[in-house]
Design a protein around this ligand. Structure first.
Ligand code: MTE
Ligand code: MO
Length: 245
């Protein structure tokens, strides 16, 4: 059977699927972030994976704060990212690597967008404020080469990938986001840097963004290898009729 992107699950108070967030709450570490030492993170990570092994649906839980987002990760340990050493590496077709620190990203023109977030499993968060650098601005900074037809995006979780055609990547509503919901992107939401592809289903909005590579052809991303559409337009793909974001 093909893996299916898990439908959202909420801890129901009867000891059934306990999300990792609940565990963090129990441990009193709800604000685990990038500044927390690796030792504490390891302990928390161990507790999380034990609980997740008991959750047959995969790895989802409500992210607290009433935002309506569901926590998604296809790996059982999310990356710990030090903002001081974080680099987003943009690689040209010719193989040149251009690293961007958070300070360098912050110095580039910033774009604000307020748009819905829609997961292909059905949940939607209305009017989310997003900010960051347009993907097109980063691409244009590195001299992409005329033969690049697509971008391949990689996550620092080591597993998740995504792709966009160059035309999609050049849209003004595709952001390399450093802020969402009025604050820096949290580690749970893929911070310090995630993608936000406004017109497409949530699986395009790769978390813990580490690499952007210009490539000659579209390479299907993580979920796309299991049958989800690579052109993931909201309401015009995956057999769904949702209203555009
Ligand atoms: N690295 C990574 N990025 C990811 C995912 C994931 O599992 N791993 N899930 C995707 C899916 S299916 C959705 S709906 C959104 C969920 O974002 P959130 O966890 O901030 O709510 O992240 C997307 N980006
Ligand atoms: Mo999703």
């Amino acid at each position: 059977m093909k893996p299916v992107e898990p439908a959202s699950r909420v801890a129901d108070g009867e000891g059934r699927p306990i999300g990792r967030r609940v565990v963090l709450g129990i441990l009193g570490l709800g604000a685990v972030g990038m500044a927390v030492g690796a030792k504490v993170q390891d302990t928390v990570g161990g507790a999380i994976s034990a609980v997740q092994r008991a959750d047959p649906t995969g790895i989802t839980a409500l992210v607290p704060g009433g935002s309506g987002f569901q926590y998604y990760s296809v790996t059982d340990h999310q990356p710990v990212i030090d903002p001081a050493t974080y680099r987003l590496t943009v690689r040209t077709l010719a193989g040149r690597a251009h690293p961007f620190s958070l300070t360098e990203l912050a110095a580039l023109p910033q774009t604000d967008l307020t748009r819905d977030f829609q997961c292909v499993t059905g949940w939607r968060v209305k009017a989310v404020p997003w900010s960051g650098v347009r993907l097109v601005d980063l691409i244009d900074l590195v001299d992409p080469g005329t033969k690049a037809a697509a971008v391949h995006l990689t996550s620092l979780d080591g597993t998740y990938t995504e792709s966009l055609t160059i035309a999609q990547a050049r849209r003004p509503d595709v952001l390399v986001a450093t802020r969402m919901l009025g604050a820096p992107v949290t580690n749970d939401h893929g911070g310090p840097v995630r993608l936000y592809v406004a017109p497409m289903y949530g699986y395009k909005s790769l978390k813990w963004l580490g690499g952007i590579e210009l490539v000659p052809d579209v390479q299907p991303g993580y979920w796309e290898q299991y049958g989800y559409d690579t052109d993931a337009w909201i309401g015009q793909s995956n057999g769904r009729g949702d209203a555009p974001a």
